[in-house]
Ligand binder design. Structure first.
Ligand SMILES: CC(C)(COP(=O)(O)OP(=O)(O)OC[C@H]1O[C@@H](n2cnc3c(N)ncnc32)[C@H](O)[C@@H]1OP(=O)(O)O)[C@@H](O)C(=O)NCCC(=O)NCCS
Length: 182
């Protein structure tokens, strides 16, 4: 059975994370709509996680980014990336569960994800488009999902999902990854 543990990312992890993201999503990942929400913005420092083996080798990565839904602060889950050879052993699910728990513990209220609905439904994510959330740019609508980290957090919240510029200035999304603080 695979043994791993989850720890916060450090700046030193960037050298392994960027190639992992390229392997998982392809280099064209930077053209994806979600990257427009991340570009030049730092990930949420306390919500950047690495799943590592006993030798501290990176097996999987999960980050969250600050966004807004109109004026309401929220977080964007992803990218979630599991080393191709290590898939279907529970790494992705462990990271998502840990990340959502930590997001709640840190007082975040709403979480958005663009990803396979079958994968995220078990955590309580629901389709976001029927609830009036709008993603800026091309996206398969069924992939856009939202989770209330606090019951009722979505009440009265609808509209455009936007970049959260409050902590902008990190350069591109890769630079932001490098600057993820431990
Ligand atoms: C999707 C991904 C994160 C899953 O991670 P993983 O560690 O292999 O998954 P886990 O072992 O935790 O979970 C396996 C379960 O997820 C399901 N699953 C895996 N990929 C899936 C997908 N794309 N859509 C729906 N379900 C998926 C499996 O069928 C399995 O289901 P089961 O528990 O009912 O048997 C991983 O395949 C990956 O990195 N893919 C490339 C990048 C990506 O697509 N990221 C997610 C988009 S946000």
């Amino acid at each position: 059975m695979l043994t791993f543990h989850i720890r916060r990312q450090t700046p030193a992890d960037a050298a392994a994370i960027e190639p992992l993201l390229d392997r998982c999503f392809g280099p064209e990942r930077r053209q994806r709509t979600v990257y427009r929400l991340r570009d030049g913005i730092r990930p949420v420092p306390e919500l950047c996680f690495a799943a590592v083996d006993d030798s501290d080798q990176l097996l999987a990565s999960l980050q969250f980014w600050p966004i807004r839904i109109e004026a309401t602060p929220a977080i964007l889950l992803g990218p979630l990336a599991v080393e191709p050879k290590m898939r279907n052993q529970g790494l992705g699910r462990a990271l998502v569960r840990h990340g959502i728990n930590e997001a709640r513990r840190n007082g975040h209220r709403l979480c958005v994800v663009s990803g396979p609905p079958d994968y995220y439904r078990p955590y309580g994510f629901v389709p976001a488009v029927p609830r009036g959330l709008v993603m800026p740019g091309p996206l398969e609508p069924e992939r856009l999902q939202v989770l209330e980290l606090v019951p009722g957090a979505l009440d009265g919240v609808r509209g455009l999902i936007q970049r959260d510029e409050r902590d902008a200035g990190a350069g591109d999304a890769d630079a932001a990854t490098r600057q993820a603080r431990a």
